[in-house]
Write a protein that binds this ligand. Structure first.
Ligand code: ATP
Ligand code: MG
Length: 386
């Protein structure tokens, strides 16, 4: 067994977004040095780093510099070149591994893994050209989603096909890009399971999160999810099996659809995996004994994992950009923070685009309804000017 990596050491984070910022804060608070490979100087995570690398991911000088200054490397964004992680891993521990990234960067690979474990997913087919498209359309039917196999996030690289008329809006298939045609699922709820698996193999699972998306992007998370204990057990066991199959180290998020059956029972379908901390886990900062960010650092450093107990029902609402602005001033902050047990996180992003995640609000309550009402109230107080 490898030795734990103790505070005083320096951790490298690939990616410079808000997940990296919150991971960096957790690492710093434990006493680690933080180097962020952000690819730009003023990324959200740069503010919490001792050193920022601005080269594009995959750059050789950046890779060498990271090796030179870090004791261990992790990531906040899984679409970094797996090859870079493979090269880094020859010199220092990198979690998650290049092998995990090769699976989770590709929806078709990811799905093959999930299916090989006998875990249900939405009916789907790989599509490269017009012929495949017709085959998928006739075998799976409508409504459907077409998703790029690689690189999509926050609903990007994804097309909704409700009727034949929507087929005209699909990208031209010249054979260079692989897609997945997927049946659109009439789910009852969307949930996510977040667990951490340490270098020692210890696993801890958070209570299940329930997620509401708007136009393909997360808007609201509730915890605990409004599901039966039986559904929670199934979801947890699915996530554990995937984590063991991947031998992932660090956080793993499994996004699922909960589908109601006619007899009142439920089926859990896996939508996608993320080998990292996740937007639906932000409320763990205030609501759980150990935040997902601290847990991830403990896991990759080989330290004992923390308790994942939910202290109180909680809800999180994302603050999304409404239109393109270069500077943005958040308004309504005193009013939002005047809401009982409401907490604000602002990511310090410089440019604003519609639907860009700029921050989030978490609120706790004695009941889930109270937590949601408080989070919505605080969110409603906030606005942007400038
Ligand atoms: P993320 O931001 O989680 O990385 P993503 O862009 O990778 O998202 P998905 O998670 O696949 O894409 O899809 C985003 C959202 O779109 C889902 O959370 C869900 O609300 C909806 N969605 C995706 N696929 C389906 C489906 N097959 N049936 C119904 N809804 C779907
Ligand atoms: Mg998703």
């Amino acid at each position: 067994m490898t030795e734990p990596c103790l505070p005083g050491a320096t951790l490298g984070i690939l990616g410079g977004g808000q997940l990296g910022r919150m991971l960096g804060m957790a690492a710093r608070s434990l006493g680690y040095g933080v180097v962020v490979w952000a690819g730009e100087a003023n990324a959200p995570a740069a503010a919490v780093a001792d050193q920022v690398l601005t080269q594009p991911h995959g750059d050789l000088d950046g890779t060498i510099e990271l090796m030179r200054v870090c004791d261990r490397v992790t990531l906040e964004w899984e679409n970094v070149p797996a090859e870079t992680v493979a090269v880094l891993a020859e010199h220092l521990p990198c979690h998650p591994s290049a092998a995990v990234l090769r699976v989770t960067q590709d929806r078709l690979e990811e799905r093959a893994l999930v299916e090989s474990l006998g875990i249900a997913t939405a009916p789907a087919r790989g599509v490269r050209g017009a012929e495949d498209l017709h085959a998928a359309w006739s075998s799976i039917g409508l409504p459907a989603r077409l998703k790029t196999a690689r690189g999509g996030y926050d609903g990007g690289g994804q097309w909704r096909i409700r009727t034949e008329n929507d087929l005209g809006a699909l990208p031209t298939m010249d054979g260079s890009t692989m897609y997945r045609w997927e049946k659109e699922i009439a789910f009852e709820r969307e949930i996510s399971v977040i667990l951490a698996r340490s270098t020692t193999g210890e696993v801890r699972v958070y209570p299940i999160f329930e997620n509401e998306h708007q136009d393909g992007i997360l808007r609201l998370t509730r915890c605990p999810a409004r599901i039966t204990p039986a559904v929670a057990r199934v979801a947890e066991s699915i996530a554990r099996r995937i984590a063991e199959a991947l031998q992932v180290v660090g956080t793993l998020t499994v996004e699922c659809f909960v589908v109601g059956r006619k007899d009142g029972s439920h089926e859990v379908l896996v939508n996608e995996l993320a080998p990292r901390v996740h937007n639906s886990g932000h409320l763990t900062i205030e609501a759980c004994a150990t935040s997902q960010f601290e847990q991830h650092i403990r896991a990759i450093c080989g330290l004992p994992l923390g308790e994942t107990t939910l202290r109180k029902p909680a809800a999180m609402v994302n603050l999304l950009g409404d239109r393109v602005r270069t500077h943005v001033k958040l308004t309504g902050v005193p009013e939002a923070l005047g809401v009982p047990d409401a907490h604000l996180h602002v990511y310090g992003k410089h440019g604003v685009r519609p639907r860009r995640k700029l921050g989030h609000v978490t609120a706790l309550g004695d009941t889930l309804e109270e937590a949601v009402a408080r989070a919505e109230k605080a969110w409603g107080e906030l606005g942007f000017s400038g």
